[in-house]
Design a protein around this ligand. Structure first.
Ligand SMILES: Nc1nc2c(ncn2[C@@H]2O[C@H](COP(=O)(O)OP(=O)(O)O)[C@@H](O)[C@H]2O)c(=O)[nH]1
Ligand SMILES: [Mg+2]
Length: 361
């Protein structure tokens, strides 16, 4: 799973990325390379609690890849903001985090001249809509050519129907992520990776003076920007960056002073994770406590397969206890007594927070 950070210059993308990876990348490196990629942990308090109980040799978080693409690459073409190289790089990601500037600072320029969160969100949405429309146009031309060949005629006709639907949606200014897609259409979306079909997390980078009002501000934005697979989350790039440099004790005091309960970064990452339709199940024990990533709706056999392909092929049953139940009784023996330790077959749909032990041949 790979998520790209996009946004206007000076919105706080690199600050966000650096804090996320807790590395201080040298500005020079950033400018020369076209992207920085980092694997970041998905923080999960449930995994922390399991670790407390089992004291394992190893603790393994779920991870996702985050990419910091260098700025907005101005297009040579009039009227469009991005060049094709930039768009191609965005396209290969599973989801996007759009960092929008919400902080006021005279020493940091704003490419659009003023702070306006809604305008900046729409600016990107429109650019992505145009890019998808242009893509659909280009498909129409190719499809016409395909129709001429007897062999591929049927397939081309099918695609043409779907491209017509995409075109209608986009022309209305509606992103493709709003469409309910199935079968053929879903397959095309997977192949072509239209930008407006990608889950979008809008991360609004607020002023530290707005901390107490962050939710209120986010709610106001949510009223204007609605939709499926889009989320608006506030965060504070500058404060989070300062937090990283502090010792644990100092950090606690700092967070209390500002009334921050949890690092906004871990909240953002978790939010992106869920936005992607991902969820975690756990394996626990004295050797290792680990969070595994699966899609919502995956069954026990598929989940077992993420641990090991053999577990998929030779799956017999899974012993399942949910996190909430386990925390009530703290041992599997007690869970058994209370009937919350169950044996499930391969069709069982795994829930976020399930603890699994796979029995295999
Ligand atoms: N005052 C303030 N400055 C910030 C904040 N976030 C980023 N900056 C500053 O804005 C400038 C641009 O940030 P950067 O992360 O490089 O933006 P990018 O162009 O989107 O990668 C840097 O000088 C940052 O220190 C913030 O929340 N508040
Ligand atoms: Mg940057």
């Amino acid at each position: 799973m790979q998520i790209a950070i996009v946004g206007l210059p000076y919105s706080g993308k690199t600050t966000f990325f650096q804090t996320l990876t807790e590395t201080q990348l040298d500005q020079h490196t950033i400018q020369r390379h076209e992207a920085n990629i980092a694997t970041v942990k998905v923080q999960d308090k449930r995994l922390d609690e399991f670790t407390e109980i089992f004291q394992p040799k190893k603790k393994v978080n779920a991870t996702i890849e985050i990419v910091d693409l260098v700025g907005v690459q101005k297009s040579e073409k009039a009227g469009s903001m991005f060049n094709t190289t930039f768009l191609t790089k965005v396209r290969t990601n599973d989801a996007l985090i759009h960092v929008v500037r919400g902080f006021d600072d005279e020493s940091v320029p704003h490419p659009e001249g003023s702070i306006n969160v809604i305008r900046d969100i729409k600016l990107f949405e429109d650019e992505f809509l145009f890019a998808d429309l242009a893509f659909v146009e280009s498909r129409f031309e190719k499809i016409e050519r395909e129709m001429g060949k007897q062999k591929s005629k049927e397939q081309a006709l099918k695609e043409k129907e779907i491209m017509k639907k995409w075109n209608e949606t986009l022309e209305k200014g509606i992103p493709l992520r709003e469409r309910e897609m199935h079968d053929e259409e879903l397959l095309l979306a997977k192949n072509y990776q239209p930008l407006t079909a990608k889950p979008l997390l809008v991360a609004v980078n607020l002023d530290e003076k707005d901390i107490s009002r962050a939710e209120e501000i986010a709610e106001a934005i949510r009223k204007d920007i609605k939709g499926k697979k889009i989320r608006i989350e506030p965060f504070f790039a500058k404060i989070e960056k300062e937090l990283v440099t502090l010792e644990e004790e100092e950090k606690k005091m700092f967070m209390e002073e500002y009334g921050i309960k949890e690092s906004a970064l871990s909240r953002l990452i978790r939010s992106a994770y869920r936005l992607l339709g991902l969820q975690s199940f756990f394996t626990v024990g004295e050797d290792e406590c680990r969070a595994w990533t699966i899609h919502e709706g995956d069954n026990a056999q598929v989940a077992a397969g993420t641990i090991h392909t053999d577990f998929f092929n030779k799956f017999i049953r899974a012993e399942v206890t949910h996190y909430e139940d386990f925390m009530k009784y703290k041992t599997f023996a007690k869970c058994k007594e209370h009937g919350v330790f169950r044996l499930e077959g391969k069709e069982y749909i795994v829930k976020d927070g399930d603890i699994l032990h796979v029995r295999h041949g």
